[in-house]
Design a protein around this ligand. Sequence first.
Ligand SMILES: [Ca+2]
Ligand SMILES: [Ca+2]
Ligand SMILES: [Ca+2]
Length: 296
Amino acid sequence: MSVTLYNENKKKIGRFSEKKGRSVIAEKLIGQGNYYLQLSGRGKNNDHTHPYLLSLALDTTDVNEMNNSFDYATVVDKMDYTVKGTIRSAGDQDFYKFQLAQDSVVGVSVTSVPDNIAMSVRIYDVHKKKIGEKYQKKGISVLADYLLEKGSYYVQLSDRGNKKSSSLPYELKLTQDISDTFEINNSFDQAASIEIAQTVNGSISPVSDRDFYRFQVKKQGGLNVIVTSPESTKDVSIQIYDEHKKEKKRFIDRIGTGINRNFTVEKGIHYINLSKQNHKERNPISYAMKLTLAGP
Ligand SMILES: [Ca+2]
Ligand SMILES: [Ca+2]
Ligand SMILES: [Ca+2]
């Protein structure tokens, strides 16, 4: 038996067939509208007087369908809100769209992943350019963080092999962290301007966060760098650059015990960069930093 599905324009959109005497059981994700089904024997000379039974069932439990493309993305307008969806047929793609009013660290968590689905999560910017991708083995939650500038973004969820399907819902949740007010400061060009003797409260987020600050030294002297983070035992890498972005100093210290370093700097613009050092910390490392300058 062969079963062919057509849309209302008589365009074939699916074909399912089985060997002689076998039932055909198939699923297809389709939007609202009119359709045709064509049933036939696969070969010639196989007519039979025995009637077949045809039944159609409709599953409309995933209220977000059909969100299979950017243009039909389901809008998620609340953070910390759980959205349920299903990867309901082979090749199903679920698109969601969200907006950020300010630069943020956005957490994307997909949990309750059905046992047979290897969940794939992709993030796109407003121009539909992919900016991140993460996936897991079958049945495993995907947790990812992204440092994003304000604007609109898309999340795409799918089975990694585009083959599996489940009627069980996954749970998608977006979270937003705006605690580091100096973000986004991940490059020299984005460096936040600070003053000597200013106390800077920042945070190194679990993503590939780098915190760049720019400061001016009015005359050559001894720079003292103090960074403290009482709650963290992790190693942090600190780099100092001159105004030509040339590295002048680099050290890796355990932040929890308090970092306190002194060295001589020339007059002029300098940059300092803090980042985490080779560890998979799942929590943000909040820190306080103060630079002071002693005369020659
Ligand atoms: Ca779906
Ligand atoms: Ca940061
Ligand atoms: Ca940063």
